[in-house]
Unconditional design. Structure first.
Length: 357
């Protein structure tokens, strides 16, 4: 079988033949039918994260179960599933206290699984390595969804949509009539825009460095599009009675954009960091401004979501028409076209590319 493999920081991802083991006890083999190219995958390429290499990229995908190992009870062959890169253990302190997104078992950027065609030990991104023709994963890393759910939509539920919608609904708990600014309009950011609008937020200000994102923002439900330049703070305040927004959600993962979100928020408002940044990218806030602003700064890990609960709920919303994912998908390609999708993402072009192996 083939997969998209990166062999080191800064190396160009390439499609290579790989060898995966047969499903062991409690494992399943999934034929991948659609996979999204996520910025977290790019972080494994550009050195923001430094997992072991060679590494199969990809963690946002959907497919069909084709084989199961001994003892598997969650799914049977033929089941349509969404992959879950952070399956909670259900036994640690965090899971027991209702925070499965902070589970002690999750968080490793890569897991050893399989070999390259030349015999080198292979690693897979976030335990999945989903930019491949097939994956072998633990059964709790798959979530059954209705067979009528399109694979492209199902794939996005596993990361971008679950993260973005969860950040609005569960982490920030945006209420009707509250004002929202969304900084960064990739796949996750556009999901945040859509969820904020669905929550009744008004206005919903979509912010990006690229003017080309204005049309995407409008399609996702933004009331206004603003460029992230020196005029941004003034523009935000003109649209919010001079105060700033109630909620700013940062979907880039950089110190500079976190500061942008902080400045866009009113006194007493909430800043939610959705983007994952680098270890050495330090955010600076003075003790006085923290006290004086009375703002709350927090992160949203995986949308503060329980995937086993929330993915089926989101699938039903797609099927009944209350959740439209069409504005998120700006490009489609095959596995051979995936390296170019990474290049487009690095240049800030488009939102989500969906790869159909």
């Amino acid at each position: 079988m083939r997969a998209l493999v990166v062999r080191g920081v800064g190396a160009q991802p390439r499609v290579e033949p790989i060898e995966l083991p047969a499903p062991g006890p409690g494992e399943v083999r999934v034929d991948i039918r659609a996979a999204g190219v996520c910025h977290s995958d790019l972080s494994m390429v550009n050195g923001t994260l430094t997992p072991p290499y060679p590494l199969v990229l990809g963690h946002e995908a959907a497919g069909v179960v084709v084989e199961v190992g001994d003892g598997v009870s969650r799914v049977t062959p033929g089941a349509h599933v969404v992959l879950n890169w952070a399956p909670p253990c259900r036994t640690c302190w965090y899971c027991g206290h209702g925070e499965p997104w902070l589970c002690e078992r999750t968080g490793a950027p890569a897991t050893a699984r399989g070999r390259t065609r030349t015999g080198e030990p292979l690693h897979v991104t976030l335990g999945l390595g989903a930019l491949a023709e097939q994956v072998v994963v633990p059964e709790d890393a798959v979530i059954p969804v209705p067979a009528e759910l399109p694979f492209e939509a199902a794939a996005l539920l596993g990361c971008a949509v679950l993260t973005g919608v969860g950040a609005v609904r569960r982490t920030a708990a945006v209420a009707p009539g509250e004002s929202v600014a969304v900084i960064g309009l990739g796949g996750v950011g556009l999901s945040v825009v859509s969820a904020a609008r669905a929550a009744g937020a008004d206005p919903v200000l979509a912010v990006d460095v690229s003017p080309a994102k204005a049309e995407l923002a409008a399609a996702a439900g933004a009331t206004d599009f603003l460029l992230a330049d020196e005029s941004l703070n003034r523009a935000v305040r003109e649209l919010t009675g001079g105060r700033g927004v109630d909620h700013a959600l940062e979907c880039v993962g950089r110190a500079a954009t976190i500061r942008t979100a902080w400045r866009a928020t009113r006194r007493g408002g909430q800043v939610t960091v959705v983007g994952m940044g680098a270890r050495d990218d330090i955010v600076g806030l003075s003790a006085l401004e923290i006290f004086h602003s009375a703002r709350t700064l927090r992160s949203s890990v995986y949308g503060s979501s329980d995937p086993d609960r929330d993915v089926p709920e989101l699938a039903r919303a797609v099927l009944d028409g209350t959740l439209d994912l069409a504005p998120l998908i700006t490009d489609r390609t095959t596995l051979d076209g995936a390296p170019e999708a990474f290049d487009r993402m690095a240049r800030g072009q488009g939102a989500r590319t969906v790869v159909v192996p």
